[in-house]
Design a protein around this ligand. Structure first.
Ligand code: 3EB
Length: 348
């Protein structure tokens, strides 16, 4: 008697875990087998495994040292493949349906005229190369992207650097024939110290994620022009993967209601408002998947605080609202509006 193999191949789930770099480095190759990529915080993790892309937010971690996040395909799956883009700027690794990629880029792009132009060119180049990789491997759907740029709130040639970044990101999406609203990835954009390179890492997939917007907020791609002539290109959240076990990606979320920042100067109130926004996204995700699958209490949180001295206040506010959380990483980073003191992203 023979058993017929199921016609649909099981392709493994995406998993995120936090570990110290020392722990990761000491693991046997069986542990590394399904790893798509590793992202560290203040520095790129010292991980020299052939084929494993390494990224870093370049934001100091305030509550742990030497920590990294490990993205892996769990469960049975075909061996992963690794490669680099033509100019070796993007290192990436992929399974059949998922791809992790990372790149760093200095803003000294040849031929640039001035600081703003250099930032515009570097950003546009980064996104164009990302889209080239996604076309060549056929992981066409950008699911989640993390953007770290030096001095995000500083002025360059009369405009905030974050706004130049937005202009270039939007331009790259257009030039690559991509939508700039609706089916755009979940994202974060944070500021890093002067002199850091532009650092970007991302997850992409062969199948499309389901995008989620926050009913309490204006979609970022519909922000009015007073926040910049070119709107940011990101979704508030998305779910990707198996309909019963898919991952929820919550974009960087702040104390914004409608399109206005609220609780200026009050980091505790900003933290609480941010958690109300995250809760609204979790509710919206559950509504869209048609089940109570995600809970705000079970999220893995990454909390960015503008001023390290606000850490105790932010920590206490999160604990009061959520109790103990499975994973919480606190990082110091500038948030992309000067009046925002805290931003929280999450994976469920
Ligand atoms: C906001 O809600 C806060 O430009 O990719 C959050 C997440 C923010 C992503 C981005 C910006 C971005 O507008 C800032």
């Amino acid at each position: 008697m023979s058993i017929t193999a199921p016609s649909l191949a099981y392709t493994g789930d995406l998993q995120l875990e936090y570990a110290t770099c020392d722990y990761a480095v000491a693991q046997p190759s069986s542990w590394w087998q399904g790893v798509l990529g590793v992202a560290g915080f203040e520095k790129p993790p010292l991980i020299n495994r052939p084929g494993i892309p390494v990224a870093a937010s370049l934001t100091p971690c305030l509550n742990a040292s030497n920590l990294c996040e490990v993205w892996r395909v769990a469960g049975p799956h075909a061996p992963l493949s690794s490669d680099e883009s033509a100019h070796a700027r993007i290192r990436y690794r992929h399974s059949d349906d998922l791809l992790f990629g990372a790149l760093t880029l200095t803003e000294q792009v040849s031929g640039a005229r001035g600081e703003a132009d250099a930032l515009l060119r570097a950003t546009e180049l980064a996104y164009q190369e990302i889209f080239q990789v996604l076309e060549s491997t056929q992981h066409r759907h950008l699911v989640r992207i993390w953007n770290y740029l030096p001095q995000i709130n500083a002025q360059a040639d009369g405009e905030e650097r974050y706004r130049h970044f937005n202009a270039a990101r939007q331009m790259a999406f257009r030039k690559c024939g991509r939508a700039t609203m609706g089916t755009v990835p979940a994202a974060s954009a944070l500021g890093t110290p002067a002199g850091s390179p532009l650092s970007i890492y991302f997850l992409a997939a062969r199948s499309a994620p389901r995008m989620i917007e926050n009913p309490r907020q204006t979609s970022a791609y519909h922000y009015p022009p007073k926040f910049g002539r070119h709107s940011p290109v990101f979704s508030r959240a998305c779910v990707w993967g198996d309909p019963r076990r898919g991952k929820l990606f919550i974009s960087g979320t702040a104390s914004i209601v409608g399109h206005e920042s609220i609780h200026r100067g009050n980091v505790e109130a900003q933290t609480r408002e941010t958690l109300v926004n995250i809760n609204a996204l979790v509710d919206e995700a559950n509504r869209i998947v048609g089940a109570q699958r995600y809970s705000t209490h079970e999220l893995m949180l990454k909390v960015y605080v503008r001023n390290a001295s606000d850490l105790p206040t932010v920590k206490a506010a999160v604990a009061e609202v959520l109790g103990t959380v499975p994973v919480m990483v606190f990082l110091q980073a500038d948030v992309c509006r000067e009046d925002l003191l805290v931003e929280i992203e999450a994976v469920g």
